[in-house]
Design a protein around this ligand. Structure first.
Ligand code: G1P
Length: 294
């Protein structure tokens, strides 16, 4: 059995980078081709063997919980009309052996605080953290990056933090890992010596940015209980991880797929094009359309 079966997905953000689109709907509900971003992320977790998903949410975002809930009226109507394929696509959004629960983040005190809100649900077990702004596209690969991180977590007995090289002038937007000058090959992990949240470009220890996937030991929740506010006045997950690596091995896992940051306009458009080019119903039409544009 998989050693990591729980995942925390923080969805309490205000989505200010994608306004006005996200004014009345959660940004996580914006579609990439035919599914909301959050469904792509939940499917990624399920493929990696996650069975219990804990959404950390806030008021005004109940559409996310509704999306994963049963919709009796809709199902009855589709059944009556014999629309079996679409009915099946609605019913299979969450496999039967996967549960989706939610907890609330009472105030926007940072990512570390959001993750800590799920502490009692995680209940002293290792867990994954998945930031839903980022879509990881592992199209064509048998195991997705999150599965490989879960495997590395068990085999190396070390936390796994997904990283990707970013241009030096963007390091202040991310958590940055100090790997002693080493950049691991895609799909592999190396030891992290230190982590810093949103450093100034001239102070960054590397350009290896944390891109929104973590596989962590239960100890992180204990550390978060006492983590003080850091960068931006917020309780940062990065700071708890920097503390963790002083006690135990923490590794940077270099992703092998491609990421799209759906929390900004360009990344969101790119995700739609990349996933649209992979979808059997849209691939060829979209390809011809794109060719006409250039
Ligand atoms: C958060 C994390 C940061 C990480 C980033 C990835 O920052 O705090 O370490 O690099 O997500 O998207 P945010 O984007 O919420 O400011």
């Amino acid at each position: 059995m998989n050693s990591v079966t729980k995942a925390v997905i923080p969805v309490a953000g205000l989505g200010t980078r994608v306004l006005p689109a996200s004014k009345a709907i959660p940004k996580e509900m914006m579609p990439v081709v035919d599914k909301p971003v959050i469904q792509h992320v939940v499917e990624e977790a399920v493929k990696a063997g996650i069975k219990d998903i804990i959404l950390v949410t806030r008021s005004g975002k109940s559409a996310i919980e509704d999306h994963f809930d049963k919709h009796y009226e809709l199902e009855a109507e589709l059944e009556r009309k014999n629309k079996t394929a679409i009915l099946e696509s609605i019913r299979s959004i969450v496999p039967q052996d996967v549960t989706i629960a939610s907890v609330r983040q009472p105030a926007a005190l940072g990512l570390g605080h959001a993750v800590f809100c799920a502490a009692s649900s995680v209940n002293n077990e290792p867990f994954a953290v998945i930031l839903p702004d980022v879509l990881v596209n592992n199209h064509g690969q048998t195991d997705n990056d999150l599965s490989k991180m879960v495997n590395a977590f068990s085999q190396h007995n070390a936390a796994q933090i997904m990283v990707e090289s970013v241009p030096q002038d963007q390091v202040q937007m991310y958590g940055i890992a100090d790997c002693g000058g080493i950049t691991p090959p895609p799909g592999e992990s190396v030891n992290i010596k230190g982590m810093v949240e949103k450093p100034a470009p001239d102070l960054a220890p590397s350009n290896l940015a944390v891109v929104g996937r973590y596989v962590l030991p239960a100890r992180v929740m204990e550390l978060l209980a006492t983590t003080q506010a850091g960068a931006g006045g917020e309780i940062q997950l990065t700071d708890a991880l920097d503390e963790l690596l002083q006690e135990q091995k923490v590794e940077a896992y270099r992703m092998s797929g491609k990421t799209y940051d759906c929390g900004n306009k360009l990344g969101y458009l790119q995700a739609n094009i990349a996933y649209g080019l992979q979808h059997p119903e849209t691939a060829s039409g979209l390809k011809s359309f794109l060719t006409e544009q250039v």
